[in-house]
Design a protein around this ligand. Structure first.
Ligand SMILES: Nc1nc2c(ncn2[C@@H]2O[C@H](COP(=O)(O)OP(=O)(O)O)[C@@H](O)[C@H]2O)c(=O)[nH]1
Ligand SMILES: [Mg+2]
Length: 426
């Protein structure tokens, strides 16, 4: 086959229009915001080949950016063979279209990018519906805007009903109908959620979920902790999504580590419900790791934010009020503060560097302890010839005592409540 440049990865530019009332040069805050946008772009598989921070003096109605800025970016986009330009701002439909024309590439704005990410990651029926709803509402708001824009162009009232306008009206009605139907469907799914929850097949190991802001280092830590480790039960993992992987803890216990969609700064309000739906797996987790970037300028505000969203889920009834007792705060990027010892640690937090690996063993020990704290200790007498049940206990629990007698093996074992129920049922 002939080489086709379209076969390569999708090349992206990430452009941050930076408007702040203080006329200062964009500094660390802008850099952090750009890093987030780059992280988000990379998370949907795009390869970022160009970035720029553009101080905005005024919002130009036609292109948002200034003329000179748009031209300079156009050159960079052409020479970098960029396929998609992500503009980390809210673009009007007109601005988006004009930039696409000027740059001869696809242009998406912040909301569009986030919707893409959520769409890819929505794992449950409710999550998928929630994301579709947000998407339609986004589209509808854009139709409304371009519709009023058209009307203004015609310089008059809508009652003559030009053809373009009729089409937009029809589209709008169609989207409106779909939104009504989706909302009904969501209601339905929510009402039966309790049922689905308990009916869902539980993975046979404790689940450890990572939450935190985008770029805090969740995926890096995920990879550092799981490495190339392959679980014994391959077929189980073939059915799980790639954001879950097996992990063996210092006690020998197996667990499953689950990466989640990251928190996003200044999440557009119309996307909040969709984002919460992507956090559902957290509710099911036995241990929650709250990953923080301790070197980020907004690290304290981000922490408050994450806790606020999870508490919001408690109010909604999608997360149990005791979640904090299952949560370990992980202070990542310790290397940037001179190593784990350079990080001020409060309460039960654990400082780590996902990059250098420092602190990860201590974190694994803490996870082990937290899982054990949520477990029941039980004692069973197993007939010596029942090797299968004995093996099951060793695999799913932590055997803390064993007495071999002639007629029975007495096993003292720590088990997750769900596993204990399962063992005692059979
Ligand atoms: N210096 C430093 N950088 C890190 C560390 N962990 C992650 N990073 C970097 O932070 C960026 C975001 O990491 P990523 O794992 O994708 O974050 P996620 O969005 O939370 O999954 C990447 O450039 C990582 O290389 C760390 O411990 N130290
Ligand atoms: Mg990630």
């Amino acid at each position: 086959m002939v080489d086709d440049p379209r076969d390569g990865p999708v090349r992206a530019a990430v452009i941050l229009p930076w408007e702040r009332p203080d006329r200062q040069e964009p500094g660390r805050a802008a850099e952090a915001r750009l890093a987030e946008a780059v992280g988000l772009t990379a998370s949907i598989g795009l390869v970022v080949v160009h970035t720029a921070i553009l101080p905005l003096r005024a919002r130009k109605p036609a292109t948002l950016l200034g003329e000179g800025q748009a031209a300079t970016q156009g050159e960079a986009i052409r020479s970098g063979h960029v396929d998609v330009a992500v503009v980390d701002a809210q673009l009007s439909p007109v601005q988006q279209r004009n930039l696409e024309k000027a740059w001869a590439c696809k242009v998406i704005d912040r909301t569009g990018l986030i919707l893409d990410i959520f769409g890819e990651r929505a794992a449950t029926k409710e999550g998928a519906l929630q994301v579709e709803l947000a998407h339609l509402e986004y589209q509808r708001s854009r139709l409304v805007r371009s519709w009023t824009h058209l009307e203004r162009q015609r310089g008059g009232f809508g009652f003559l009903g030009g053809p373009g306008e009729t089409q937009i009206e029809a589209d709008r009605r169609m989207i409106g109908d779909r939104i009504v139907r989706l909302k009904k469907e969501l209601e339905q799914v929510r009402r039966t959620r309790g049922l689905h929850r308990s009916a869902r097949k539980r993975v046979p190991f404790p689940v450890v979920a990572l939450v935190g802001y985008t770029n805090a280092g969740k995926s890096t830590l995920f990879n550092a902790m799981t490495g190339a480790e392959v679980m014994a039960k391959d077929q189980l993992f073939a059915t799980l999504d790639p954001t879950m992987r097996g992990l063996r803890l210092p006690s020998g216990r197996q667990a499953i580590l689950s990466d989640t969609v990251g928190f996003i700064s200044e999440l557009p309000t119309e996307l909040v419900a969709a984002f919460r739906a992507t956090l559902e797996e957290v509710a099911e987790a036995d241990v929650i790791l709250h990953i923080r970037d301790v070197a980020h300028p907004d690290t304290a505000a981000q922490r408050t934010d994450v806790i606020g969203v999870l508490d919001g889920m408690v109010k909604e009834g999608t997360l149990d009020p005791g979640w904090q007792s299952r949560c370990i705060e992980v202070l990542n990027k310790a290397d940037l503060l001179g190593g784990v010892r350079g990080v001020p640690v409060r309460n039960d937090a654990v400082a780590v560097s996902a990059i250098t690996g420092e602190g990860i063993y201590a974190l694994e020990v803490a996870i082990d302890a937290r899982i054990a704290a949520g477990m029941d200790v039980a004692e069973y007498d197993i007939p010596p010839n029942d090797g299968a049940r004995l093996a099951w206990l060793y695999q799913h629990g932590e055997v803390i005592g064993r007495q071999d007698a002639e007629d029975a093996i007495r096993v003292t074992v720590r088990l997750l409540p769900a596993d204990r129920a399962r063992f005692e049922r059979v």
